[in-house]
Design a protein around this ligand. Structure first.
Ligand code: HEC
Length: 467
């Protein structure tokens, strides 16, 4: 029975379109019927109002069932309820007026009804989508709640709660636990609410993270229904999880500074990382999109060959391949890369002497963001094969015979941020010209402004190309 009731309640968002449709139709026809030409359609108006009224009553009942879920903002819910009930009553009333042929007040009341339908619908939308969902796209794209993470210059001076914990909760939890929505009766957008807890009571026990809902729900098996944030929402990062654990275990205070709180070894690095996060962090060279996983058999083959193939991040199918443990990568092994060309984003393949065909295969791995091919036989002619790698942020050509002229063939690689050219045939005087080709790249020619010693001249010569 309960399941049936739940089903009935969940029908509400679907069902409400019926009264909206019937009533708008009824009002439209009513308006038309005032023209002599359409005066005959009044019976249709009557039926439309009746259908609208009945479906509105049904919508009220299903809405009532749904509301007992208790996951909605109470104020909005009440307004929505009363507007909904008014719509049902008003449309019954209008039906009655037409029945007894009292036409005088029809248009005034139907205007009122129109307003009622509009408000009920809008409030219903607010309940499910959150406040301002209607205008969000027009007036501002950013969620005002999402506090900007304040720069932390010296993490020891930061306030644990407001500078470190609160931004995490605002970012990852306030979508469902704030003034707009209070799922589980819980708000996490300010201290007083966090202290208050949700419908099941307190959400944390100072000094005992493991038995605190606020932490336990974040670390439980993500497949569990109680896991927070629920499926489909961005989960907390490892660092964020650690920070919440640390905060609760250290007593979950709201005013203490980091330096006043015990800092176990484990949390040290995480805290320091917060500090460096204020230096604008570079994109982590991982594409935004999704990719299918590479076939396990291919990965096994690559690994058997001694290539270190690893995911670039947890939960990512993008791969990095590192040939570093292979002294002399050969063409046969490189050919295997074509099987993971969609997944491959970082490739490190130094000291190789490759055929044109192999360079072509590498040039076809066009999701590559980092490519290290230092001390390889890449030449001014084979470099053209890499000209399609337009996702590259990082390109290491150290110790190759590449010249400035050859690099011009890469001019489409506008995403380049770091280009390493030490020990190539590029001379210092050519760097300015190259900078024009790669305006956003940092060119590194390996000139670290060390005074030349006679013995250094050896290093400055173009390296001998291994043939
Ligand atoms: C997409 C919406 C959504 C997001 C985002 C979300 N929650 Fe929830 N949360 C819910 C729902 C729904 C419930 C009620 C059902 C339940 O208890 O599992 C709930 C309940 C809770 C409860 C139990 C409250 C009580 O007393 O019953 C806690 C604690 C909680 N959430 C913590 C969090 C934390 C921490 C985050 C951020 C990391 C978060 N939630 C993010 C939807 C969300």
């Amino acid at each position: 029975m309960n399941a049936l009731l739940t089903f009935f309640g969940r029908l509400h968002p679907l069902w409400v379109h019926l009264p909206i449709g019937f009533l708008l139709l009824a009002m439209g026809l009513l308006w038309l019927s005032r023209k002599p030409k359409y005066s005959g359609i009044l019976p249709a108006v009557e039926i439309s109002f009746l259908l609208g009224a009945l479906s509105a009553v049904f919508a009220c009942l299903s809405g009532w069932t749904l509301s007992s879920d208790g996951e909605y903002d109470l104020d909005t819910l009440q307004y929505h309820q009363w507007f909904g009930i008014s719509v049902a009553i008003l449309s019954l009333f209008l039906y009655g007026l037409i029945r007894i042929k009292k036409q005088r007040y029809l248009s005034n009341f139907s205007l009122l009804l129109f307003f009622g339908v509009l408000m009920t619908g809008h409030l219903g939308g607010t309940l499910t989508h959150g406040e301002g969902y209607l205008t969000k796209g027009i007036f501002s794209s950013s969620d005002s709640l999402k506090a900007k993470r304040k720069p932390i210059a010296n993490v020891q001076e930061a306030v644990v709660f407001s500078d470190i914990i609160q931004p995490v909760l605002l970012d990852k939890c306030s979508g469902c636990h704030s003034a707009i929505k209070q799922k589980g009766g819980l708000r996490l957008d300010a201290m007083e609410w966090i202290v208050k807890g949700g419908k099941d009571g307190k959400v944390y026990i100072p000094g005992d993270a493991v038995h605190s809902d606020l932490y336990a729900r974040v670390v439980m098996d993500p497949l569990e229904e109680k896991h927070m944030p629920p499926k489909g929402k961005t989960p907390l990062t490892e660092a964020e999880t650690q920070l919440i654990y640390w905060w609760i275990n250290s007593g979950a205070g709201f005013t203490k500074k980091v330096k006043e709180v015990a800092q176990p070894e484990k949390i040290h690095a995480t805290l320091l990382a917060l500090q460096s996060a204020t230096i604008p962090m570079k994109k982590p060279d991982i594409p935004d999109g999704m990719v299918d996983p590479a076939a396990q058999s291919i990965l096994d083959t690559l690994r058997e060959q001694g290539i270190a193939v690893l995911p670039v991040a947890a939960n990512s199918h993008f791969l990095s391949a590192n040939f570093v443990s292979i002294p002399k990568p050969d063409n046969r092994t490189v050919a295997l890369l074509s099987k993971i060309r969609a997944q491959l984003v970082w490739l490190k393949l130094g000291n190789a002497e490759l055929s044109q065909a192999s360079w072509k295969i590498i040039g076809e791995c066009n999701n590559l963001t980092r490519l290290s091919i230092e001390h390889t036989n890449l030449s001014d002619s084979s470099i053209a094969l890499l000209s399609g790698l337009n996702q590259l942020h990082y390109l290491n050509l150290v110790g190759t015979a590449i010249s400035a002229k050859g690099l011009q063939k890469l001019q489409k690689l506008t995403a380049l941020e770091n280009l390493y050219l030490g020990g190539t045939a590029v001379s210092a005087s050519e760097l300015a010209g190259l900078q024009k080709i790669f305006p956003s790249a940092r060119l590194d020619a390996g000139n670290y402004k060390v005074e030349d010693l006679p013995t250094d001249t050896q290093l400055l010569k173009a390296p001998v190309v291994k043939k």
